[in-house]
Ligand binder design. Structure first.
Ligand code: WT7
Length: 649
């Protein structure tokens, strides 16, 4: 009986950085990475202090780290303002007139804001917030489409020390209600509506429903986005543009303690009540700015596009704070990737000359499913670097991304991190790290990542276990808002002295980290513990499969049986023969132990709005049970109804 997670899939393809890329990048060789990483682990505080010195501090810190497990204080005694670092700092030189944001709305309109313009509008909106009673420390709930005003609202909060809590514009009234109650926000910033797949999403109306009978919310500030006729409640609701006319543009940034809260972001997770992850100012900014610079290899002339919404941590860290702190030009796109056609992303890249693209495996697999002709229609030669985040990227999806989008010339940074970690912790450094499809490779500087067994002992390379981080890092969450006990229990009780990520992983012979799935999803088949990711990657490696999710179901003999839900690529049809073929395919790729007992074909898989497959729901379906528990984060409810018992017959 094996105690640790077994691994059977071995990736042999390796992609060394090109000499041309390495020559220009911040860190030109693998040797340089290894040396600097070893040095940074000996004295992480020294490394982070060096990174912090790239930022503008109003008062220097007294101590880099105060650590009382599991509570950290970074750059204690220092004062800093995130909005000042993202805006004011760039106004003295040529960046003043550089594009900070190039925005494209789903209907097709475009707006460009220079750093000077973004600064001015942020100052104005910060004054609007003050005029509407927002004070330092107050929570402000932001529920917006992906328009520049969403970024402006975040930066305006940061400017005056208000704490933003962004709720993804695709979430329902119910989600707003829960997050309002938990955060205690009294002011909401929203828009009349946003656009998604050609539909008008009535955001203000959702806010109205959420705050019905809630007397705590005293102000709703509404940005006019879609000219939708909406109800404005007297004495409570005000228009952004009218308020802006009533204030001036002079709003000096408030120096804030390094540990002043910057934002609360709720992770829906796939189970239970959402957790309000609390991030603070100084450490978070150091972590995001530093990782953006190294991992995205930012250069002054780059046009950088992170496709995440501001409603997710990726949007916070790598659409707003990280890139703007580095003075980058960021693309912002409001809508769906397949609107009006499945080539919208490629059209934007060609027309704007995007050089860096950062997106998610779920999107990449969708593009694969829609067919190669869409990216092939466009000139993607401006791209020089690709990124991936959110889930393990299946090796076949990696290869597709590399060839079809990157033209074989762009390194891919597969970045592993979490809402809780604030910034990327495991990732290749382009130009330095040799890449292998499917692995996030090695830890960033100052990050002490390890894989341990149930007793907390590090396991040998090749064996699977729990992914933990053994030293604190500046952008780590400080607590769960209002629930210290849950913070301790969730992250610090599983493995003594270490932060437990909840992920299962293994290291290969080169020490590279492979995420095998969430620990809660690990299968136990006849005493063999299998991660979900490998079985899924094997399935996606079959030419007919677009996407796969693997779950266990109770089995009298084996303990657990393997059930695979798959969606097919365009041009392939479900049949019992194909199901058989797929079972054999997995058997060959991994071994008989991983062969699915059942293959079920689906039109779509149930996912969270951020694109993660909700295996918890699939488990219930596979076991023939009723769906129970929280389904409010599900993207498309009709998917559940359509997930019948389709074995291709
Ligand atoms: C979980 C965190 C980090 C921003 C988006 C998701 C999974 C994330 C990777 C990756 C394999 C990954 C992990 C992690 N994950 N990136 N590159 N390779 N798995 O944030 O919603 O907080 O989810 O996403 O399971 O724990 P999140």
């Amino acid at each position: 009986m094996s105690e640790n997670i077994e691994s059977h899939l071995e990736e042999k393809r390796i992609f060394k950085p090109s000499a041309a890329f390495s020559k220009k990048s911040a860190l030109g060789s693998f040797k340089a990475y290894k040396k600097l990483h070893a040095k940074s682990l000996k004295n992480p505080e020294k490394f982070w202090a060096g990174e912090a010195s790239h930022l503008l501090w109003r008062r220097k810190w007294k101590k880099v780290l105060r650590w009382k497990l599991p509570f950290s204080r970074w750059f204690d005694g220092g004062q800093i303002n995130a909005s000042e670092n993202c805006l004011d700092r760039h106004l003295d030189g040529p960046r003043r007139n550089k594009a900070a944001i190039i925005w494209e709305g789903e209907p097709g309109e475009r707006r460009t804001l220079t750093y000077q313009q973004l600064h001015r509008q942020t100052c104005v909106f910060a004054n609007v917030l003050k005029r509407n009673g927002v004070k330092k420390g107050d929570r402000v709930l932001i529920y917006m489409p992906l328009v520049p005003e969403a970024v402006i609202a975040m930066l305006a909060c940061a400017r005056i020390g208000a704490v933003h809590t962004v709720v993804f514009g695709g979430f329902s009234s119910e989600s707003i209600k829960d997050r309002l109650a938990d955060s205690g926000a009294k002011v909401v910033v929203t828009a009349d509506a946003g656009y998604r797949r050609g539909q008008v999403v009535p955001l203000k109306q959702n806010v109205d429903h959420a705050i019905e009978g809630n007397t705590a919310v005293h102000r709703v500030i509404v940005h006019r986005r879609a000219n939708l006729d909406i109800h404005m409640r007297d004495g409570r609701d005000v228009w952004w543009h009218q308020e802006a006319d009533a204030v001036d543009a002079n709003c000096p940034p408030v120096p804030l303690d390094s540990e002043h809260p910057l934002f609360i972001l709720y992770t829906s997770g796939s189970t239970g009540k959402p957790k309000g992850i609390l991030h603070t100012t100084g450490g978070y900014l150091v972590g995001t700015a530093s990782t953006t610079r190294y991992i995205f290899d930012l250069r002054e002339e780059d046009i950088y596009w992170c496709t995440a919404d501001v409603g997710w941590i990726t949007g916070h860290s790598y659409l707003v704070y990280g890139p703007l702190a580095n003075g980058a030009t960021c693309v912002l796109y409001e809508g769906a990737p397949n609107w009006p056609e499945p080539d919208r992303f490629w059209k934007i890249i060609a027309e704007l000359g995007v050089t860096i693209l950062y997106t998610a495996p779920t999107a990449i697999r969708a593009f694969m499913k829609w067919g190669d002709e869409w990216p092939k229609k466009h000139d993607l030669s401006s791209l020089r670097l690709l990124g991936s985040v959110g889930e393990p990227i299946n090796p076949e999806a990696w290869m597709w991304y590399h060839k079809l989008i990157g033209g074989g010339r762009c390194p891919i940074v597969d970045t592993w991190w979490q809402t809780e970690t604030g910034a990327i912790l495991i990732s290749p450094l382009p130009g330095a790290t040799p890449l292998k499809p499917g692995t996030a490779t090695l830890p960033f500087f100052g990050i002490d990542a390890a894989i341990v067994d149930d007793k907390g002992r590090e396991v040998p390379h090749g064996e699977g276990g729990k992914l933990v981080i053994r030293k604190p890092w500046p952008s780590m969450l400080r607590t769960i808002h209002g629930d210290k006990a849950r913070y301790k229990k969730q992250y610090w009780s599983e493995v003594k002295g270490s932060y437990f990520t909840g992920d299962g992983a293994r290291r290969d012979k080169d020490g590279y980290f492979w995420i095998v799935g969430r620990i809660d999803d690990v299968l136990n088949v006849a005493g063999h513990r299998l991660g979900t990711a490998e079985v899924e990657s094997a399935l996606v490696g079959h030419p007919s499969v677009a996407e796969a999710a693997v779950v266990g179901k109770p089995d009298e003999i084996k303990g657990q049986g393997v059930v695979a839900f798959v969606t097919l690529r365009e041009g392939h049809a479900a049949s019992p023969e194909l199901a058989d073929q797929l079972r054999r395919h997995v058997g060959q790729a991994i071994g008989p132990i991983a062969k699915p007992d059942e293959v079920r074909f689906a039109e779509a898989l149930p996912k969270t709005r951020s694109g993660k497959i909700m295996r918890r729901l699939l488990k219930q379906i596979a076991s023939g049970g009723q769906i129970s528990g929280d389904t409010t984060t599900l993207e498309d409810f009709s998917v559940l109804a359509r997930l019948g018992n389709n074995t291709g017959e």
